[in-house]
Design a protein around this ligand. Sequence first.
Ligand SMILES: NC(=O)c1ccc[n+]([C@@H]2O[C@H](COP(=O)([O-])OP(=O)(O)OC[C@H]3O[C@@H](n4cnc5c(N)ncnc54)[C@H](OP(=O)(O)O)[C@@H]3O)[C@@H](O)[C@H]2O)c1
Length: 127
Amino acid sequence: MGKSKVLVVGGTGYIGRKIVKASLAEGHETYVLQRPEIGLDIEKLETLLSFKRRGARLLGGSFNDPKSLVEAVKQVDVVICTMSGVHFRSHNLLLQLKLVDAIKEAGNVKAPGSSTATESKKYENKQ
Ligand SMILES: NC(=O)c1ccc[n+]([C@@H]2O[C@H](COP(=O)([O-])OP(=O)(O)OC[C@H]3O[C@@H](n4cnc5c(N)ncnc54)[C@H](OP(=O)(O)O)[C@@H]3O)[C@@H](O)[C@H]2O)c1
């Protein structure tokens, strides 16, 4: 399989960390969204730095700044969103629509991923 430029959104989360590592291990050029909203969350910052040490590239972007999402999406050809979204944080499901809008506006993504790796794979296989 060819190599892709992969953007992981929600990369410091439980699933996101696994996806970032797997993407790097598969040799894909891997980008991780770094949201300014994480502030000085040391655990997240350390996770992001560890990704960088492994070869990932960090892209600044915020769900409060649609243009920054579009710019981040334009760098890649695959987007995998691993944001938390179900159960008590259901508002994040709607937040993810901003990412869908950014993908549509950027117009370059060939395989947008949904919130789980399985769903994302299913989508990719349909293309
Ligand atoms: N955990 C599991 O065992 C499991 C199993 C199957 C499916 N899933 C699904 O996989 C997805 C991720 O689950 P998870 O357990 O990895 O979630 P998580 O660790 O709670 O969080 C994932 C990431 O979502 C991002 N996020 C949270 N709030 C946000 C906000 N307001 N705006 C933008 N980004 C926000 C954060 O990423 P950044 O701070 O890095 O941006 C966070 O690290 C969910 O849809 C979940 O339902 C999880």
